[in-house]
Design a protein around this ligand. Structure first.
Ligand code: FAD
Length: 382
């Protein structure tokens, strides 16, 4: 497979890196410290087209194929040092905008997509509950038939962008006897729907500029027109969103890995100890050599998976392998670069400690590393 960039992809990559470096990187230490979501920068990303990359132009997006979207998000992750902002944009795009584009009715698409794509609206995807994370099949949020609509009760937690959300995709049980396959439905609702409350943000370890929080549904009424896709079709929507997210969100992490490699190499060439650059010590250079190998292997896996997204529905194995390998490589790479920077890496000023804190979550969201291994093992019929 030849993954060399076309002229358009080269320009796209260059422009996004330039945009991110010039517009998004000021004040990241303070934003992280105060857990501030930068709405102004979010809107700048919307103007750049990042929130609607694959969506057809007629619906407000940029109409890009999945591989070009991957290259764009990798450039975004490389250029932007605010990993929380990158994560918020990706979560919105991959778990709300993509399902809305793929499964929404023309009315739903017209109502939401143009404003989701330009960043005026913020969208979220609410599956995880206090009692069901990895076992998303075990959800308890219930939607019961009520006249010409549905009455929803339950709660969700750890939902990215929930404290700032305008549009919500929520998964609820509509037929407990059928369970996850046929018994779960995705519903759309807006922030001011009576009975819906979004809690304040939950403080977290990393990506602190990307808020997450809880949602509570107390007798929330939605009409039939709020169903996204079909009644009982929630698991297909969830799986589709996870396939996109486990590939394209991790494109941004490949960009972050390349940025870490650049920082590590530059530092190892210039920092002197014992009369020579620390990069001349194998203990240091081998860490960076391993990061280089993991970066290139991640990128190959990523690009190959991305080319399958619009060719086949059977992409879940590729998505799980990509997600697992990229996230584990990112965490190891971030830890190794911190070790190369040593005392300076541990200090906030050098921004490496934040990279480590930001990286850790990648092994948890979109399904933990253990769950990705379970998926891969099940494809091996184990
Ligand atoms: C930064 C961040 C953003 C998130 N954003 C969203 C969001 O936007 N929307 C949303 O719905 N959710 C979101 N989540 C939730 C995320 O999907 C869950 O945290 C994740 O699926 C794990 O669930 P849990 O935290 O309940 O852990 P648990 O499921 O309780 O797992 C605890 C431990 O047990 C292991 N484990 C559990 N079951 C198995 C098994 N069957 N086999 C092997 N090991 C197992 C896990 O790997 C883990 O190590 C987010 C989480 C984070 C950290």
């Amino acid at each position: 497979m030849d993954f060399s960039y076309s002229a358009e992809q080269e320009t796209l990559r260059r422009e996004i890196i330039k945009f991110a470096k010039e517009r998004l990187n000021t004040g990241v230490i303070a934003r992280d410290h105060h857990q501030e979501f930068p709405r102004d920068l979010w809107l700048a990303c919307g103007e750049m087209g990042l929130q609607g990359l694959p969506v057809p132009e007629a619906l407000g997006g940029a109409g890009m194929d999945p591989l070009s979207c991957t290259i764009a998000l990798e450039a975004f992750g490389y250029g932007c040092r605010d990993n929380g902002l990158v994560f918020s944009v990706c979560a919105h795009l991959l778990s709300c905008v993509v399902p809305m584009w793929r499964f929404g009715t023309p009315e739903q698409q017209a109502r939401y997509l143009p404003r989701l794509c330009n960043g005026t609206l913020i969208g979220i995807h609410a599956m995880t509950e206090p009692g069901s994370g990895s076992d998303s099949f075990g959800l308890k949020t219930r939607a019961v038939r009520d006249g010409d609509g549905w009455r929803i009760n339950g709660s969700k937690t750890f939902i990215s962008n929930a404290p700032v959300a305008d549009v919500i995709i929520v998964f609820a049980l509509t037929d407990p006897a059928k369970g996850f396959h046929g018994g779960v439905t995705a519903f759309l609702m807006e922030r001011d729907t009576p009975g819906l409350t979004a809690s304040k943000k939950i403080e977290k370890m990393g990506m602190r500029t990307s808020p997450f929080g809880e949602l509570a549904f107390d007798d929330v009424f939605v009409p039939d027109t709020a169903i996204l896709g079909t009644l009982g079709g929630g698991s297909a929507i969830f799986t589709h969103a996870m396939d996109w997210e486990r590939i394209l969100l991790f494109a941004a992490h490949v960009g972050q890995m390349e940025r870490l490699l650049d920082l590590g190499v530059q530092y190892a060439r210039t920092r002197q100890q014992g009369g020579k650059a620390i990069g001349k010590y194998q203990a240091v250079s081998h860490k960076l050599a391993d990061l280089k190998v993991n970066l290139e292997a991640s990128r190959l896996l990523l690009y190959r998976s991305a080319t399958k997204l619009d060719r086949t529905r059977a992409v879940s194995l590729d998505a799980a392998m990509t997600k697992l390998f990229v996230s584990e490589s990112l965490v190891k790479g971030a830890m190794d670069v911190l070790q190369v920077f040593a005392g300076y890496g541990y200090s906030v000023e050098y921004e490496i400690e934040r990279e480590v804190r930001d990286a850790i979550g990648s092994r948890i969201y979109s399904g933990t590393s253990d769950i990705q291994r379970n998926i891969i093992a099940s494809w091996l019929r184990l």
